[in-house]
Every structure is written in C-alpha cells, then in structure tokens.
Design a protein around this ligand. Structure first.
Ligand code: EPS
Length: 363
C-alpha cells in the first residue's frame, strides 16, 4: 500500500488539480487546516502582486464525504483567480473572439535560470509560455493542499512536520527591500523538522527506498531548490568520524542518542530521532533588471522577459518544503503500516511500537 500523487495545472490556467490515491478510509480532513497552509504559502515578505489576486482555497471533487475519506482517490482543486485576466490567452480550447487580456502575444525572450529555453528546445515549442506555465512555482499550491492531507494522516500516528525559512538573505525584510530597490531577487534556505517518526521508515536495501534519498528528491523537486542536506549534511564532511556520529545510549526512553548530527536518518532508515532537512533556494530568475538573452524569433541578442515577480519566496518555500516532507513521510508510513481503514493503519503502528519498545521524545 503506497500513497500516490498526480497533479495537473498551469500558472494562469483555470485551476491546479491533484489526485491523491492510497489513503485509508475514515481519515478526517480539516478544510480550515488545509486552507491555513495555503494562506501561509501565500504570505511572506517579498511576494509579487500576484498574491493579492489569489486567495487560495482547497476544493474537493471526489473521495470525501462529510469530511471523511472513503479510501478511494481524493480529487483536490485549487483555482487560479488570475485566470479571469487570461481567459483568451490561456483558454484550454481554441479561443473565440478577438484577443484580449494577458498572454495573447508569444513570449520569445527566455529567462536565464528558468525552464524557458530548455523547455522550448525539449518540446519544440514556438511560445516560451507553453513551457513556463507548467514550470511555474504557482504549481506548489496544490502540493501544499496534498501535503495537508499527508499531515492529517501523519497526525494519526503522532508525527508532526513543520518547516520555516532560516533567518537569512531572502527572509530578511531589510535585505528584500534593498533587493527590490535594485530590481533584483534573493534566495535563501529553509529547514523542515519532523517529530515522532519512529525508527524504520525507508530502507537500506535499495537506493530508491532510502528515506534520505526520497526526502532529497522531494525537496529538489520544488522549483528553485538547488541544494538539500540531511542533518549536519555538508558540514559533516569536514569532521572526524569521532565527532560526526550520534552515540547510542540507553535511558528511560529505551535506546537513545544525545546528539542528532545524522538528522534522524542512518543508512537510509529513520532512527527515531527528529528528522531534520534543509533546502537551499536560488535567487528567483525573473528579474526586473533582466539578464542577457537571445530573441528566439530573430536570433538577435536581447534582454530576457520582464514580468511581475517575487523578490523572494523563501518563506513560501518553508511551507512547500514542509508539505513535500510530510508527503514523503506519509508515503513511507503507508508502506510500513498499510491498512484499508485508519483503524488498521493506527493498529499496525501501535503493534510495531510495542515490538520495538520505542517512545517518541517528549511524549
Ligand atoms: C512564478 C511567477 C509569478 C509568481 C508565481 C511563480 O507568477 P506570475 O507570473 O503570475 O506573477 O507569483 O507564484 C505564484 C503565482 C504562487 O502562487 O506562488 C514563477 O515563474 O515560478
């Protein structure tokens, strides 16, 4: 039994959609909690005026009755309010009437750092918009909605996931204001922590099952992320082995560690300590003072496309990374505990904890 997620949607199309399958029956979802995460994702200092147009809310089209899952595919929708300004330009069917609104002229000036150029080359596109619409980080909204479902499942087994921007660069309002004045952008780093994950999520047997590899892929799959570390990550490479590992001790909690340099994962398997992961985001590539590019129509040197843009979205990344980690942990939990109803799932978790004699820190 595993969780699966399929998504569709463009930045200025009618909506973003997600289909979540592999949930047990009887999971209670809280619409307000999911909407609160969607709102958190939209906040943060340095976002673009687009965030004043959007007011993200989750809609459910299937798989839920009176707030409880059926154990069948769950269909989620987050609408793009900005689509009303793009009804001709982003019409799914050949548009009728005269061109009006946004997106009516082809984009031919690829932005360095975006998927623009590689996207048109890969798919043989004439209009960069046909690549950038799906590549846009707008898409992260529906991942946050799916992450809200994952967090509800994890809560049933006492796992709590939270993510936030580290207080540097793109999360500092002063630095964001300076960058905005210079018509530039900022990146930054985020940290996600998961408490209550028992030992034994993931596997050392195959590299694709390793929990650290899965979390790294989940985070690297988010737009603008260029680096991921687990625990003390890159800093560990500069230490001696004697200073880099977490010694095993026995205390009232059973087998335990006094340090957590491994970030809660050893050999690709959770070890019962807090899971700690960080992701580094590059500065956003849509610049008000554009970088050099080439016009794909004329072949002449030209400045890249200038569009409204975030100066920084690091705080949003904290929320998106939280959702990505929650999703991957929920997937690992489904693989480990299975069950067609929430009761089966929780029962298997209880029996496992009894067998390994492990209690989460702080519980
Ligand atoms: C994005 C470009 C901007 C951001 C967008 C991500 O969109 P627009 O081109 O409409 O101004 O605002 O992020 C969101 C819309 C969002 O909700 O996070 C990009 O190119 O990745």
């Amino acid at each position: 039994m595993s969780l699966e997620l399929a998504t569709a949607g463009e930045s200025h199309g009618p909506a973003l959609v997600a289909i979540v399958s592999g949930l047990p029956a009887g999971l209670v979802l809280d619409r307000d909690a999911i909407d609160a995460d969607l709102r958190r994702r939209q906040q943060g200092y340095g976002r673009s005026p687009r965030q004043q147009i959007e007011a993200d809310e989750v809609e459910v089209l299937a798989g839920l009755r009176h707030g409880r899952t059926f154990g069948t595919p769950l269909a989620l929708v987050v609408r793009n309010r900005d689509h009303k300004n793009w009804t001709w330009g982003m019409s799914p069917w050949p548009p009728e009437g005269e061109p009006e609104g946004k997106g009516t002229k082809p984009v031919t000036l690829p932005r360095p750092g975006h998927a623009d150029l590689a996207g048109v080359q890969k798919h043989g596109l004439a209009d960069v918009r046909d690549a950038l619409e799906r590549a846009s980080a707008r898409h992260t909204a529906v991942y946050v909605a799916a992450g809200g479902v994952a967090k509800a499942l994890l809560r049933e087994i006492g796992v709590d996931v939270s993510g936030e921007a580290l207080p540097e660069a793109g999360a500092d309002p002063g630095a964001v204001d300076e960058a905005r004045q210079d018509r530039d952008t900022l990146g930054g780093r985020v940290e996600v922590r998961a408490r209550g994950v028992p030992p034994g999520f993931g596997s050392y047997a195959r590299r694709e099952d390793r929990l650290d590899a899965r979390l790294a892929a989940a985070l690297m799959g988010i737009q603008a992320v260029k680096g991921v570390e687990i625990g003390d990550g890159f800093a560990l490479s500069g230490l001696r082995g004697s200073a880099a590992h977490d010694e095993i001790v026995r205390d009232e909690r059973g087998l335990n560690r006094e340090t957590n340099r491994a970030g809660g994962i050893e050999g690709g398997v959770s070890n019962g300590e807090e899971i700690v992961v960080r992701a580094a985001m590059k500065p956003l590539p849509t610049l008000m003072r554009p970088l050099r590019s080439v016009d794909l129509d004329t072949g002449e040197a030209a400045d890249a496309l200038v569009e409204r843009s975030d100066v920084s979205a690091v705080e949003a990344l904290g929320v998106v990374a939280e959702a990505a980690v929650a999703w991957e942990l929920a997937r690992a939990a489904r693989e480990k505990f299975g069950g067609d109803s929430v009761g089966d799932f929780v029962g298997a978790w209880r029996a496992y904890l009894e067998r390994i004699d492990w209690t989460a820190r702080g519980s």
